[in-house]
Design a protein around this ligand. Sequence first.
Ligand code: GLU
Length: 261
Amino acid sequence: MSVFSLCTTLLAADTLEDIKKRGVLIAGVKEFTPGFGSIDDNTGEIAGYDVDFVRAIANRLGVKLQLQPVTSSSRILQLMKGDIDIIAATMSKIPERAEQVDFSYAYFFTGQKFIVKKGTAKKLADLDNKKIGTAKGSTSGQNVSNILPGAKILYFDDYPQAFLALRQNNVFAVTSDEPILVSLLGEAPDKEQFEIPDIRISDEFYGLGIRKGEKKLLDFVNKKLLEMEKNGEAKKIFNKWFGPNSKMPMKRGNFRITAEK
Ligand code: GLU
C-alpha cells in the first residue's frame, strides 16, 4: 500500500460503522412515486420497491430504517451532505453520476417512455419539436434531447407537476421511466384521456447510491443484493409491487441482480 493510499484509507469515513453505532440506516427515498416510494394510506409511511430493498439491508445490519424523502434533483446533494447514508430512489446508473456517487449492482431494470394525450403520437418523430415535461434532476430530459434535438424540455419539481402540465396542455408529452409513467396514470381520475405509446428510448438500470469511497458499505450492500437474488427475496419484492396481483403489473423478464450490471 502506498503512503497516499494508506493516508486516504485512514482518513476515509466509515459509514458502515457509523450506521451500526447509530443503530439506524438513513435512506433517501421518493415519496411521490407509487410502486417505488409513496405514502401508504393505511400506515402513513413511505412504502415501495425501493423501500423494501433498503429495509432488507437495514435488517441484515441489525439496525432500524429511517426514511428521508428525496427528489430526483436533491438526492445526490443530500447524500453528499451526509443527510442520508444511501439513495434508493429510482436512480439510473449513468457514468456522469458515477463520478459523484458509487453505485451498487443494478436492482431494477426498465426503459424510458412517454405519456401523451390519446392518439397524438405513434412514433418518435411525432414528439420532435414538441414541449416535453419531466422532473428536474432526472436523466429523462437529457435522453430526449440526445435523440430529439428539436424537442423543448420543460423541467418540473417532480413528475406529478409535469403530468399536471400535460393535463393543462402546457406540454405535449411527459417523459420518464415506464413504471413511473404507469403509476402517474394509475392515480389519475381522467386516465382514459392518456396513453403510453410503444416508444421506448433507453435502458435504465437502477442502482443504490452511496458516498464515494465507502468500500465497506458498498461491498456489504452488493453482497446483500446478490444474496437477495439467490434466495428469491428480490423476486418476491418485485412481485409484491409489480407482480400479476399488484396495482402495476409488469414483467421482470430476464432481469436478475448480478455483479455484471
Ligand atoms: N431513472 C431516471 C433517473 O435516474 C428517471 C427517474 C427519476 O427521476 O428518478 O433520473
